[in-house]
Design a protein around this ligand. Structure first.
Ligand code: XCC
Ligand code: SF4
Length: 658
């Protein structure tokens, strides 16, 4: 029987610790409790216990002994590859289907049929139109938008050729993809093909199964996700740096609190509008509240945080904790990462739990199906429901913990930030890496997982990278984690960054950690890395850049899809927790050695944070050597102000290294 962990073993976050104590006092169970009382099934975790295949009903086959095979003869290697491939397909499907819905919204908005929506970022629309080969001259934005949406939709059902976005990648990487045979043809086709190939009696060679999985992941990263990002920007505006706030303390004692949770920006964007409408604010006052406070959880939160500065109540493991405050009038969810436990937690309070996606209903929740044609009216109805619920509030306990953040670093904004409107450029970033001011780039992304201490790995990795002059970029729950500890602020450069990175941050005013958005916005990282290659001086493709990707607290299948497309794109990707393919030495080797040889990137599962960090730094330094860049030397940087003055004056000054 696993033992109950202490508060600090469960979460690094004091706000979470406070709420977990309250949960205990109220006798309400959370994911943290369930993770303590139910050990993970050892089959399929790490290398020790073996694997399970459930792909047909001759099984399920549980392979726990050396050399054992399934009833059909399937080996551990085949089963490990098949299981991973299916997870990747599910992850790619989730991201991409989210993209599809945005394409439908853009189409409806362009045709004037989507209440409340419009093409807000014309510049982005034109950029995407040019990428898609849509004529722009002399046409209204609605006409262009309709064509762009239709081409976007056609990418899902496309049967042959290659996805449009593939051409955006560095040339050398495109050639590698062609040679290895993993260029995605159509988004839906690749997902379907993985499901077909992993059916009983189909593809049974581990490397070949993984190739199918990579192609499917590519259809996500350079397809569905990239499209989701582009279309969200067109509809809701390309993010730019702005001030926001993160953690449970953003909930208000004297206001109606509405929490949006999930991933899609569509309904939440209408809620952003509705909560500001004077009639509704007035209505809230009539019920005794001071106003209406919208907050978010997970990636719906990232979407509204980076675009409108709507505060975030926290990341994945905060979803139950937000309800435990007793201060939430309504939690409105869309898709993905929504725990089934939520209606149960809500039932202890006055909180209304509302599902809105045609794809997601949860027992115990109110279902109010979202329809983009009447979205604004629906948003108003939801806000009204929350306001009406305010007088039903009982005792409230909101932890006084929250932190300022500056999110919103789209590739467009980074260009602007580094060069201004007239000389928008990535040059300063590349130069800083080449000179060694910035040693490399680390993308820390992905979830929380109650099997480990919430935020511990994210915080540790971010802290260590910054100290070692590695610029950090983040998305998803990892970004919200870092935000809670003050890393998403320019001031963090002064306190946490090494001397070189600090110089760069001081010169540009940027935080040492850049929040790039939600989970689908990992596509922004691909775009940023591609632009870094194009800018010159850092090699010919993404695999040459001194960069790594990490998902230290991952739990979702989407994380595996992201990891796979990042590796296919040339990145070294490290996953924490444990390995889902550890039972197969062959699959583990394929994903590391083979992928690196043929694609330039690889994917490894590492249990310890320290080991992840060590491998990441070794990789960054090795890539610097391969590019003939100067060896990183902290003592060369940060000699500003007094140090330079005293040096000139001839006073001996001890310059601290590191
Ligand atoms: Fe979900 Fe995107 Fe994971 Fe967070 S990070 S727990 S997937 S919300 Ni993508
Ligand atoms: Fe067992 Fe083979 Fe069926 Fe999998 S596909 S459950 S290994 S018989």
């Amino acid at each position: 029987m696993p033992k109950k962990r202490t508060a600090s073993e469960r979460s690094r976050d004091p706000a979470a610790q406070e709420m977990l104590a309250r949960a205990e006092a109220l006798g309400i169970e959370t994911a943290f409790d369930r993770a303590d009382s139910m050990a993970a099934c050892p089959i399929g975790v790490g290398s020790a216990a073996g694997l399970c295949c459930k792909n047909c009903f001759m099984g399920p086959c549980r392979l726990t002994k050396e050399g054992q095979v399934g009833i059909c003869g399937a080996t551990v290697d085949t089963i490990a590859a098949r299981n991973l491939a299916r997870s990747i397909a599910a992850g790619a499907a989730a991201h991409s289907d989210h993209g599809r819905d945005l394409a439908f919204t853009l189409l409806a908005a362009s045709e004037g049929k989507a209440q409340g929506y419009e093409i807000r970022d014309v510049e982005k629309l034109l950029m995407v139109a040019r990428k898609y080969g849509v004529k722009v001259e002399g046409r209204a934005k609605e006409e262009i938008g309709r064509d762009v949406a239709q081409i976007g939709l056609s990418m899902f059902g496309q049967q042959e050729g290659e996805l449009i976005y593939i051409r955006q990648a560095p040339k050398k990487q495109q050639e590698r993809w062609k040679r290895y045979g993993i260029v995605p043809r159509g988004v839906d086709r690749e997902v379907v093909e993985v499901l077909h190939r992993t059916h009983m009696g189909d593809d049974q060679k581990a490397e070949h199964i993984l190739k199918g999985a990579l192609r499917c992941a590519m259809a996500d990263g350079w397809g569905g996700s990239m499209l989701a990002t582009d279309f969200s920007d067109i509809l809701f505006g390309t993010p730019r740096a702005r001030l926001g706030r993160v953690n449970l303390g953003v909930l208000r004692k004297d206001e109606v609190n509405i929490v949006v949770h999930g991933h899609e920006p569509t309904l939440s964007q209408m809620l952003v509008r509705a909560v500001q409408e004077p009639e509704l604010v007035e209505y809230a006052r009539s019920k005794g509240a001071q106003g209406i406070n919208l907050a978010g959880i997970c990636c719906t939160s990232n979407e509204t945080l980076m675009r409108q500065g709507i505060p975030s109540a926290g990341n994945f493991l905060h979803q139950e904790l937000a309800l435990l405050t007793g201060a939430v009038e309504a939690m409105i969810v869309d898709v993905q990462c929504i725990m089934q436990a939520l209606p149960g937690v809500a039932s202890h309070f006055h909180t209304k739990f509302v599902t809105t996606s045609p794809k997601v209903e949860i027992e115990g929740g109110i279902h109010l199906e979202f329809d983009e044609h009447h979205a604004l009216d629906q948003a108003r109805e939801l806000v009204k429901m929350a306001v009406d619920n305010y007088p039903n509030r009982g005792e409230v306990h909101i932890p006084g913990v929250s932190e300022d953040v500056v999110p919103g670093f789209s590739q467009e904004y980074i260009n602007y930030m580094l060069g201004g409107s007239y000389r928008a450029s990535f040059r300063p970033l590349n130069d800083a890496i080449m000179a060694g001011r910035i040693r490399g780039v680390a993308a820390d992304v992905g979830c929380n997982n109650p099997r480990t201490t919430q935020d511990r790995s994210h915080e540790y990795l971010v802290r260590e990278f910054l100290k070692n002059d590695v610029l950090v970029v983040q998305t998803g729950c990892g970004a919200l984690a870092a935000g809670k500890y003050g890393y998403l602020l320019p001031e963090a450069a002064l306190e946490a960054a090494g001397p070189g990175l600090r110089e760069v941050c001081e010169a540009t005013g940027m935080p040492p950690v850049l929040h790039l958005g939600s989970c689908v916005d990992n596509s922004r990282i691909l775009t940023v890395l591609t632009q870094m290659v194009a800018e010159g001086g850092l090699g010919e493709d993404i695999s040459d850049i001194p960069a790594v990707g990490l998902a230290p607290e991952w739990m979702s299948e989407k994380a595996l899809a992201i990891g796979a497309y990042a590796a296919a794109s040339g990145a070294y990707v490290l996953f924490g927790i444990d390995s889902p393919v550890g039972a197969s030495a062959e699959v583990t080797r394929l994903m590391s050695e083979t992928w690196e040889r043929v694609l330039g990137g690889k994917m490894e599962f590492v249990t310890s944070d320290e080991e992840m960090f060590k491998r990441a730094m070794a990789h960054i330094d090795a890539k610097r050597v391969a590019l003939n860049l100067p060896v990183y030397d902290a003592s060369r940087w940060g000699r500003s102000g007094d140090l330079v003055f005293y040096e000139k004056m001839g006073k001996p000054v001890a310059v601290e290294a590191g």
